[in-house]
Design a binder for this molecule. Structure first.
Ligand code: NAD
Length: 453
């Protein structure tokens, strides 16, 4: 099938590459000329396991092309996927300017039937706004070309995006009950047929319900995390091990084990903005989503949990203190620094006078870029970006772990002890067992693990 993907970010590039891998003829459009040049020169703008190889293979086979040519992109695909960003507006609502710009471009150049598939995460009712934007463009040039708008939210996880796209738990498709909706149904069914061979994974619904499903999923996951973080903070006070509690409750099938990890708060481009956007939608309808308001508040607070622990150990004034920080990306296997808890930690430490040595297996260039935007130059000067995780430890008063990269899980504790000024570890992801750390001679501060002895 001929497919156009508008936006070659995390979602667009993975979608385009995976659909090409299945034999489709994919045209990837982006407004960012540098990104397109990089892709056309064989580079990959993001870190995502397995992606580079798929892109290379399909580019060589002529099944995927990258361009900034809007007209050619609209002419190419009967299916036009919108996968542009929907960042938070100042009031927390989703900023739809990129989605609507993509819609207008389609309306400007389309000359036959098109199915516009919205993959971006958008508030309920956006399908109608996309339709209206396209209809307006068509009317302005007297075209009666037909189209329909479909909602097909994306559930992939950064760091496992290719795997998630190729083996989805579910495919949600929302479309209208009209003649064009029925044409879209047939095309979408054909497109996703390879994913449904084993068993049917597609859930068909109306457009608004599909749009809402994506927010409901992210809000639920964020709620589980904030719930556990709130309990972990109490566990620290009352001498309880939150990890034991996690096992104890996760074994109940009604609860399940996933997404119950206490830690230094959630980040990334999705949970924070999607929780906010859903709250904003509710406010527009005079409803207050009390649970989600608390989820957001707990998370903002939790991003400070590591700096609070450091301060309670070393005091408010951290002048002359030096800390090693392992992990900068908002989660492992990605270079994405959007809303990463590490940014809050670094700001808290640096503004109190500390210096830091930081290391992340892939996010170092992106971290250098965003930290320059976050912090004044005098504070950025106090960050040393290191080449290896062990190099970061030299002469540090403590090690602070923010991201649970695999390479941090079984380190050489003897070497760590030898290199740190004192054997102190603040573990924002509960990678280690407190008893083992005590046996190894470490002063260990996990999240919700202060068992009374
Ligand atoms: P991103 O910022 O990585 O990529 C968006 C891309 O769209 C950029 O390359 C940008 O240059 C391009 N763009 C903007 N306007 C354009 C236009 N008019 N024409 C062509 N290209 C344009 O964003 P992302 O992380 O891929 O997210 C995209 C959407 O998918 C968002 O709504 C997000 O909430 C949703 N989503 C993201 C994830 C994730 O893990 N990143 C997962 C599920 C859903």
């Amino acid at each position: 099938m001929k497919i156009t993907i508008i936006g070659t970010g995390y979602v667009g590039l993975v979608t385009g590459a995976c659909l090409a891998e299945l034999g489709n003829d994919v045209f990837c459009l982006d407004v960012d000329q540098r990104k397109i040049d990089l892709l056309n020169n064989g580079g990959i703008p993001i870190h995502e396991p397995g992606l580079e190889e798929i892109v290379r293979r399909n580019r060589a086979a002529g099944r995927i092309q990258f361009s900034t040519d809007v007209e050619a992109s609209v002419k190419h695909g009967t299916l036009q996927f919108i996968a542009v960003g929907t960042p938070p507006d100042e009031d927390g609502s989703a900023d739809l300017q990129y989605v609507l710009a993509a819609a207008r471009n389609i309306g400007k150049y389309m000359d036959g039937f098109k199915v516009i598939v919205d993959k971006s995460t958008v508030p309920v009712g956006t399908g109608d706004r996309v339709s209206a934007a396209i209809a307006e463009e068509l009317a302005s040039r007297g075209s009666n070309a037909e189209f329909t708008v479909v909602s097909n939210p994306e559930f992939l996880k950064e760091g496992a995006a290719v795997e998630d796209f190729m083996r989805p738990d579910r495919i949600v498709i929302g479309l209208d009950d009209t003649a064009n909706g029925s044409r879209a149904h047939d095309l979408m069914k054909k497109l996703y047929a390879p994913f449904n061979r084993n068993h049917e994974r597609t859930y068909w619904m109306d457009v608004r319900s599909a749009e809402f499903t994506k927010y409901a999923a992210n809000a639920m996951l964020a709620t589980r995390i904030s719930f556990m973080n709130e309990l972990a903070n109490l566990a620290d006070k009352v001498g309880v091990d939150i990890e034991a509690v996690r096992h104890g409750i996760g074994s109940d099938p009604r609860i399940g084990h996933s997404f119950l990890y206490a830690g230094a708060g959630y980040g990334g481009s999705c949970f924070p903005k999607d929780v906010q956007a859903l709250e904003r939608t509710a406010r527009q309808y005079q409803q207050d989503l009390l649970i989600l308001r608390a989820v957001e508040k707990v998370n903002d607070n939790q991003k400070r949990v590591l700096s609070r622990k450091v301060i309670s150990r070393f005091g408010e004034d951290l002048t002359g203190r030096h800390f090693a920080v392992w992990g900068l990306a908002f989660k492992p296997n990605t270079d994405d620094m959007r809303e990463a808890p590490s940014r809050v930690l670094l700001k808290d430490l640096l503004t109190r006078g500390a210096t830091v040595s930081v290391y992340d297996p892939v996010a170092m260039p992106e971290a250098q870029r965003v930290l320059k935007l976050d912090l004044p130059a005098v504070l950025v000067e106090r960050i040393q970006f290191m080449d290896g995780q062990m190099d970061a430890l030299n002469e540090a008063d403590a090690l602070v772990i923010v991201t649970e990269w695999k390479t941090f899980r079984s380190p050489d504790f003897d070497r760590i002890k030898a290199v740190l000024k004192a054997p102190v570890i603040f573990d924002g992801r509960n990678l280690f067992e407190p008893e083992v750390m005590a046996e190894n001679g470490f002063e260990y501060h996990g999240i919700g693990r202060s068992v009374l002895t």
